[in-house]
Design a protein around this ligand. Structure first.
Ligand code: ADP
Length: 488
C-alpha cells in the first residue's frame, strides 16, 4: 500500500511527546512489512538536523495560495531511522515554521491549516495517488474536508483517510477566517455542525478535531481503554457526544515502541548493556551498574536503595500533585527519586522548583528540569520503578519503555496504562507492575509502599524484571492492526 502520514512531529528530529515516537515507529514497521510509506512534516527551524540519515537541499516545488496571495513553496527529501520524510515550507511572511519550537504560538491553528494545505497541494501537483492518508491529531484533521472540497476535483486520488487521536484534550480551536484563508468557505462551513466547537465557552469557534472525527473514513485512538473512555463526559472534553455518534468507526490500537531506539542490549546512551536473554541475576547486576553510573553523574549518593523515577511533561494530565506526593513519600521512606521533566505552566514549575530548593542538599533526590532524550535512556536503565500517576493517559509510552528496560511501572488505572500494566497482587498471568485506582495521594503512596515491599524481596523483583523484558512491546502487532483498518 502507498501510505502517507501527515503529522506535526516525528522522532527524533521533531519531538515534543509520544506522537513523535508513534509516527516514526509505526512508519518503520509498515515499511518493514513491505509497504511504501512517506511522512510529511513542516521544515521547522527547530528540527534536530543531527539525527537525519540524509537531508537533501530544499528546492522550489510549487505555488501555494493563502488568503488570495500566492507563495513559493519548497520541499526536500530526508531520511530518518530508515523512514522517508518530505519536509515542506513556503516563503510566507508569517514564517510559520521558523519559530523556536513546534507549538505554543497564537497562530498555531493557522500554521497547521497552512501545512495541511501544503501537503495536499504537493500531492496534487506531483500527481501522486495514495491508498491511505493517515492524519494525526487536530493539526492535520482538516485534510479530509480539504480533500472533499478542493483537491478531489483537482484530480487528487485518495483511497481512504484515517485519523488517529493521540490526545483528545487538544482540539485545534480557531475562527472561521482561518478556513477562508486556506480556500474553504469559512463563514458557510462554520454554520455546519461538524465545524462548530461543542465547548459552551467557545460557541463561535471552529473545532478542527471535530471536523476530522466527522469526515475521516476511520478513526483510531491509541489504546482500547481510551477508545471507550473518550465516549464519556469525564474524558470527552465536550466531544463525547460526537464520538458516541461515530463510535462504529472508532478503534483503539495500543502503541508500540521502536526497539531499535529502546533496546538495553545495544543502547549507545547507557554504559552497561543487558537483554531479556540474560539471567535475572545478570539483568539485576547490569541495572545496578547503570544505577551507580547515574548516581555519580547526578551527584547523588552511591547506594543500592530503590530508585524511583518519573520522566514526563509536568502538565495537569500527568498528575503533578501525585508526582509530588510520590516523590516526597519515597524520600521519607528512604528511597531515591529522580525526576526528569519541566512544566510549561508557571505555577507547576514554580512548585517543583521550591521542592528542589528545599531538598538541594539531599543526595537522594535529583530533579532535572529539562527535556533530555539522552539522559532519559540512562534513567530508564538505572531505575527500579517508574512512577506514572496520570489523570488520563491515551496510551503512554514511558511505561512500555520502562518495562522493556526491566523497570517496574507504578501507574494509575486509566487509558493505555490500564491496558498495559497489570497489578502484581492479582492472579493476572500478565502481572508486571503496580496499579492504583484513585487519583489521590493516598492511593499513589500506597502503591509506592507495595513497591518498597517488592524491592525487599530480591528474588521476586528479579523475576519481574526479566518477565517485563521478555514481553514484546514492538510495533509488529499494532502495525498489523493498522493494516487491517487500512484495508477494511
Ligand atoms: P506524552 O506523549 O503525553 O508526553 P508518552 O508517555 O506517550 O507521553 O510519551 C512521552 C515520550 O516522551 C516518552 O518517550 C518519554 O520518554 C519522553 N519524555 C517525556 N518527558 C521527557 C523529558 N523530560 N526528557 C526526555 N524524554 C521525555
Amino acid at each position: 500500500m502507498k501510505i502517507i502520514h501527515i503529522a506535526a512531529e516525528c522522532a527524533p528530529v521533531a519531538k515534543e511527546g509520544g506522537l513523535a515516537d508513534v509516527i516514526q515507529g509505526l512508519s518503520r514497521e509498515l515499511l518493514l512489512q513491505g509497504h511504501q510509506v512517506k511522512i510529511f512534516l513542516p521544515f521547522y527551524d527547530s528540527l534536530h538536523k543531527e539525527y537525519f540519515d540524509s537531508l537533501e537541499p530544499q528546492k522550489k516545488s510549487f505555488e501555494i495560495i493563502e488568503d488570495g496571495i500566492s507563495y513559493e513553496a519548497y520541499s526536500c527529501f530526508a531520511k530518518v531511522a530508515g523512514c522517508e520524510l518530505i519536509l515542506l515550507d513556503a516563503d510566507h511572511p508569517e514564517e510559520y515554521f521558523h519559530r523556536k519550537s513546534i507549538y505554543g504560538f497564537k497562530d498555531d491553528v493557522a500554521r497547521f491549516l497552512f501545512f495541511s494545505k501544503l501537503v495536499l497541494e504537493y500531492l496534487t501537483v506531483q500527481k501522486q495517488n495514495i491508498d491511505i492518508l493517515h492524519l494525526h491529531d487536530w493539526h492535520t484533521a482538516i485534510c479530509p474536508l480539504l480533500y472533499e472540497h478542493i483537491y478531489k476535483d483537482r484530480g487528487l486520488d485518495i483511497g481512504k483517510t484515517v485519523l488517529t487521536i493521540h490526545n483528545l484534550e487538544h482540539q485545534g480551536k480557531g475562527v472561521p477566517d482561518d478556513l477562508t484563508k486556506i480556500g474553504l468557505d469559512g463563514q458557510q462551513l462554520s454554520h455546519e455542525d461538524y465545524l462548530r466547537d461543542p465547548d459552551p465557552a467557545h460557541p463561535h469557534r471552529i473545532n478542527l478535531l471535530k471536523a476530522g472525527i466527522m469526515t475521516a473514513d476511520s478513526i483510531t485512538t491509541v489504546s482500547p481503554s481510551y477508545a471507550q473512555e473518550i465516549l464519556t463526559p469525564e474524558y470527552g472534553f465536550y466531544l463525547d457526544p460526537t464520538l458516541r455518534s461515530y463510535r462504529g468507526k472508532i478503534t483503539g490500537i495500543i502503541n508500540g515502541i521502536d526497539n531499535q531506539i529502546w533496546n538495553p542490549r545495544a543502547d549507545k546512551m547507557i554504559p552497561f548493556f543487558y537483554s531479556s536473554h540474560d539471567s535475572a541475576e545478570v539483568i539485576t547486576e547490569q541495572k545496578r551498574a547503570n544505577k551507580h553510573f547515574l548516581q555519580k553523574k547526578l551527584d547523588m549518593a552511591k547506594s543500592d536503595l530503590p530508585l524511583f523515577v518519573c520522566i514526563t511533561r509536568l502538565v495537569p494530565q500527568k498528575g503533578p500533585e501525585l508526582i509530588e506526593a510520590a516523590l516526597l513519600h519515597v524520600i521519607n521512606e528512604g528511597g531515591q527519586f529522580v525526576l526528569l521533566g519541566s512544566s510549561p505552566i508557571h505555577q507547576i514549575q514554580h512548585r517543583f522548583e521550591l521542592i528542589e530548593k528545599k531538598f538541594r542538599s539531599n543526595s537522594s533526590l535529583k530533579m532535572i528540569f529539562d527535556y533530555n532524550e539522552k539522559i532519559s535512556h540512562l534513567i530508564f536503565a538505572a531505575a527500579d520503578f517508574l512512577v506514572m500517576p496520570s489523570i488520563f493517559e491515551p496510551c503512554g509510552l514511558s511505561q512500555l519503555i520502562a518495562l522493556s528496560y526491566g523497570t517496574i511501572p507504578i501507574v494509575r488505572k486509566t487509558g493505555g496504562l490500564k491496558d498495559t500494566v497489570f497489578d502484581i497482587s492479582t492472579s493476572d498471568p500478565l502481572k508486571n507492575g503496580f496499579v492504583f485506582a484513585d487519583p489521590t495521594a493516598e492511593d499513589t503512596t500506597e502503591a509506592i509502599d507495595r513497591a518498597f515491599g517488592l524491592y525487599s524481596l530480591p528474588e521476586e523483583i528479579q523475576g519481574y524484571r526479566k518477565k517485563a523484558m521478555k514481553t514484546d512491546y514492538s510495533w509488529k502487532t499494532s502495525a498489523r492492526d493498522y493494516l487491517q483498518i487500512y484495508s477494511d
